[in-house]
Ligand binder design. Structure first.
Ligand SMILES: C[S@@+](CC[C@H](N)C(=O)[O-])C[C@H]1O[C@@H](n2cnc3c(N)ncnc32)[C@H](O)[C@@H]1O
Length: 281
């Protein structure tokens, strides 16, 4: 049994969390720290959260990733937000692929920047495969790269395995998509087919780190993560994204998020309710 979290322990751990991965906890979220970290405290032989904090400080390499894993919210599902995915399916994906087919673009680079367990990056790849199958230009796949990054190694592990249980499969996929792009490997487990899996590279990356090693992208999705960050972190991260976007690139946030008030680098484009951002030029 771990002693209840004291105000000082709460401040210490939540400050550490914000500094390392941007997640900002409001003062009334002490129950969240307590419930999510108490098992770890017990495993580490700590009687108090103060002891756990000291342990994390003296063994950051091993314990910080565990804390981050426990404190991140990995909620995601296929084609999350109908209006956005309708726009991607009907407009943006055809546009990007036609530019590639005509030679206007020589390659396409897409980044799912809070990829969680992979559904967002794979949903996008399903749209790509659907469209290329429709126009009979599957050879263009070799010119497309998709990367998925996340700070949570547990979430990324699942993304890399590309195996999903029935619960996940029933959140956003049509029967047709299931049958076309997945194979049932056990009564309750489905595996994404290799041709969709192999095109995506998943790697651990913290949005608090510099983005300089990434090159530029045609599309960046950073959805449903910055809601957990402070204003200062959002501002800084949006600035970094603006530098990683091609001049004609598209930046997409979650449906309850906005660049307004955080960045002047973007202008808003409203496509029948699907909000996307383009660089101000
Ligand atoms: C709620 S999920 C959103 C997943 C997906 N983008 C979607 O909209 O369905 C948020 C993800 O952001 C990740 N995350 C949180 N802080 C992060 C950080 N500092 N760097 C990278 N990823 C982070 C979490 O691990 C989690 O998987």
């Amino acid at each position: 049994m771990v002693a209840p979290l004291s105000p000082t322990e709460y401040t210490n751990i939540s400050t550490l969390l914000e500094k390392t991965c941007g997640i900002h906890l409001e003062p009334n979220k002490d129950y969240l720290l307590e419930t999510r970290l108490s098992d770890l405290a017990i495993q580490e032989g700590c009687d108090t959260f103060g002891q756990l904090y000291q342990k994390i400080q003296s063994n950051r390499v091993t314990l910080l990733p565990k804390v981050i894993d426990l404190m991140t919210t990995n909620e995601t599902y296929w084609f999350r937000d109908d209006r956005l995915w309708n726009y991607l399916r009907e407009t943006l994906v055809p546009q990007l692929l036609e530019d590639l087919a005509s030679g206007k673009k020589s390659s396409l680079r897409i980044w799912s920047a809070a990829a969680s367990t992979g559904q967002e990056a794979y949903s996008f790849n399903i749209l790509i495969h659907d469209y290329l199958n429709k126009i009979g230009k599957q050879y263009l796949l070799s010119k497309i790269s998709i990367i998925g990054t996340d700070v949570s190694s547990t979430a990324l592990f699942l993304a890399k395995t590309a195996r999903y249980n029935s619960f996940s499969m029933n959140r956003g996929l049509t029967e047709d998509q299931k049958n076309k792009y997945f194979t049932k490997v056990k009564p309750t487990t489905w595996k994404l087919n290799d041709e969709l899996k192999k095109q995506i590279e998943f790697k651990t990356f913290n949005l608090m780190d510099p983005f300089t090693s990434f090159g530029e992208f045609d599309l960046i999705l950073c959805r449903n993560v910055l809601i957990y960050f402070s204003k200062a972190c959002k501002t800084e991260i949006m600035k970094k994204f603006s530098k990683r976007l091609h001049l004609d690139g598209t930046f997409i946030l979650g449906s309850s998020e906005t660049t307004l008030g955080y960045s002047n680098s973007f202008k808003t484009q409203n496509n029948n309710g699907a909000i996307v951002y383009k660089l101000n030029q």
